[in-house]
Design a protein around this ligand. Structure first.
Ligand SMILES: Cc1cc2nc3c(=O)[nH]c(=O)nc-3n(C[C@H](O)[C@H](O)[C@H](O)COP(=O)(O)OP(=O)(O)OC[C@H]3O[C@@H](n4cnc5c(N)ncnc54)[C@H](O)[C@@H]3O)c2cc1C
Length: 302
């Protein structure tokens, strides 16, 4: 891409950006090469301008939230990585039981906002280290709850710069899937319907679920959460464990000894290490159990 052109454009509009930004700083795996441009829009207007500019100049754009469900190539990402971060994280109470938040809002911030306003319904999401945009994108869920249960609508801008909104069925939410999965849209915000609840009970539920995570998951090591999706009729972690793969390593990547469903970065793991380890795990699981594992973590870049 013509970086100088982007830089002139961004400076003129006051859009914050970084050049050659190492994406390992922006992923929970702590893996990923540089982004040619790492743009940090702070409003829908800036987001729309970046989309228009990139379309007109044939530049690829990759939306990124908290980077907690991605495995980014060691070579990095060409073009623009559009980061929906804290600059894009406003939360508003629309009425007594409806919360609207911008896409860069962290799920922890959203859950704490709900708690403060004595609203129940989002406790399941406490401890999922993603942004609202990333959570809607893949219908994040845990402990019997999912985004589908609480979302009313999501707002977006499409690749042609047109703003829009998906509600209910249009969102097409199912297990780790949404209408946004085809990557044609940039999610800018979402509204959630919650219910009035008891603050102490909400707090207790959040603490209980977070405690379960600390008990069962390798929260002390960089990862991208569950590496593989749940195959029909089985659990990926149980299959991997059954094949004796806990602790299996390739370079700095390891099948967690605490939870076989997680691949963790135990040192300087590269994307290639993780990909090789995932291939080995898939092969062994298929050979020994017949199940074919599909990645849950999104592999991005070449
Ligand atoms: C320790 C750990 C535990 C986890 N536990 C869970 C769990 O219990 N349940 C669960 O569902 N997940 C879990 N995850 C995975 C992850 O946190 C969730 O998938 C989360 O919703 C991803 O959000 P994110 O902002 O990090 O998305 P990212 O990783 O930044 O992006 C994921 C995908 O969403 C797209 N995207 C992000 N933001 C936007 C946007 N604004 N517009 C359009 N596309 C966008 C990206 O392009 C990418 O394709 C866990 C991860 C970790 C590290």
């Amino acid at each position: 891409m013509d970086k100088a052109l982007f830089i002139d454009f961004a400076n003129e509009l006051g859009i914050k950006y970084l050049e050659h930004e190492n994406l390992s700083k922006h992923t929970s795996f702590k893996i990923g090469g540089p982004a040619e441009i790492f743009a940090k829009p702070s409003s829908i207007e800036q987001t729309a301008k970046i989309i228009d500019f990139c379309r007109e100049n044939n530049i690829d754009i990759l939306p990124l939230g908290k980077g907690s469900n991605v495995l980014i190539s060691d070579k990095g990402i060409d073009g623009v990585v559009m980061h929906f971060g804290s600059e894009f994280g406003k939360i508003t109470l629309l009425d007594d039981e409806t919360v609207y938040c911008e896409a860069g809002t962290g799920l922890a911030a959203l859950c704490n906002f709900a708690l403060k306003n004595e609203l129940t319904g989002l406790e399941f999401a406490y401890g999922i280290p993603g942004s609202v945009g990333g959570a809607v994108f893949m219908n994040a869920g845990a402990y019997g709850g999912e985004i589908k249960d609480v979302i009313i609508y999501a707002d977006h801008i499409d690749k042609n710069g047109k703003t829009g909104r998906f509600t209910g069925e249009e969102l097409s939410l199912s297990y780790r899937h949404s209408a946004y999965s085809d990557k044609e849209y940039f999610i800018t915000g979402a509204a959630f319907r919650l219910q009035k609840g008891d603050k102490a009970e909400i707090r207790a539920k959040m603490d209980e679920l977070l405690g379960k995570r600390f008990d069962k998951q390798p929260m002390d090591k960089p990862s991208a959460g569950s590496t593989f999706k749940r195959p029909e009729g089985a659990f990926a972690a149980a299959l991997i464990d059954q094949c004796g793969l806990k602790g299996y390593r390739v370079g700095g990547a390891e099948v967690s000894t605490k939870h076989a469903g997680f691949v963790v970065n135990i040192g300087d793991a590269t994307c290639s290490d993780v990909l090789k380890l995932m291939d080995d795990v898939k092969e062994k699981v298929k050979e020994e159990t017949g199940y074919v594992l599909e990645p849950e973590v999104e592999i991005l870049g070449e």
